[in-house]
Design a protein around this ligand. Structure first.
Ligand code: ADP
Ligand code: MG
Length: 147
């Protein structure tokens, strides 16, 4: 599921994410970029919904960088790198075995020091009020390396 999508509410964004979630298999990595308030966490909530996970637990991780949600078709691992200047997925407490069997969704992937090969890049742009433009791109993203 790639391309550009327009959503007009948080619910829309969640529904789009849920649709994408249905297509994901174990080991998928999603890189969610966009400004503060763009809707990255809302998108992650939609992913959880689509995977059949109770979405009430999905919030912006405050002190923990990595949150794991189970109980769905696949485990969802939610990573928020906002508070870091640079990060390496291997060094922030992301268990590679858990990552391999679940879906990893990363907010602020710009902080990553290395590419994640095969990742799905999702860019959310604020179009004013409740309008958002989401670009989903399954091609490898080289821009995330060496910031
Ligand atoms: P981020 O994680 O990118 O900082 P959040 O998901 O926490 O952003 O917050 C997004 C905010 O924008 C929420 O308050 C949500 O209700 C609001 N919002 C308004 N329209 C949309 C939309 N189309 N998609 C997603 N969120 C939206
Ligand atoms: Mg967030």
């Amino acid at each position: 599921m790639t391309g550009t999508f327009h959503t007009h509410s948080e619910d829309d964004t969640r529904a789009l994410a849920a649709e994408l979630a249905a297509t994901l298999t174990a080991g998928a990595v999603l890189l969610l970029s966009g400004d503060l308030g763009a809707g990255k966490t809302a998108f992650v909530r939609g992913l959880a919904e689509g995977l059949g996970i109770d979405t009430r637990e999905v919030t912006s991780p405050t002190f923990t960088l990595v949150h794991e949600y189970r109980g769905g078709r696949l485990p969802l691992i939610h990573v928020d790198l906002y508070r870091l200047n640079s990060a390496d997925l291997d060094e922030i407490g992301l268990d590679p075995d858990v990552a391999a069997e679940g879906v990893v969704a990363v907010e602020w992937p710009e902080r990553l020091v290395r590419d994640v090969r095969g990742a799905i890049a999702i860019r959310i742009e604020d179009g004013g009020e409740d309008e958002r433009r989401l670009t989903i791109d399954a091609a490898p993203v080289s821009d995330y390396s060496m910031r």
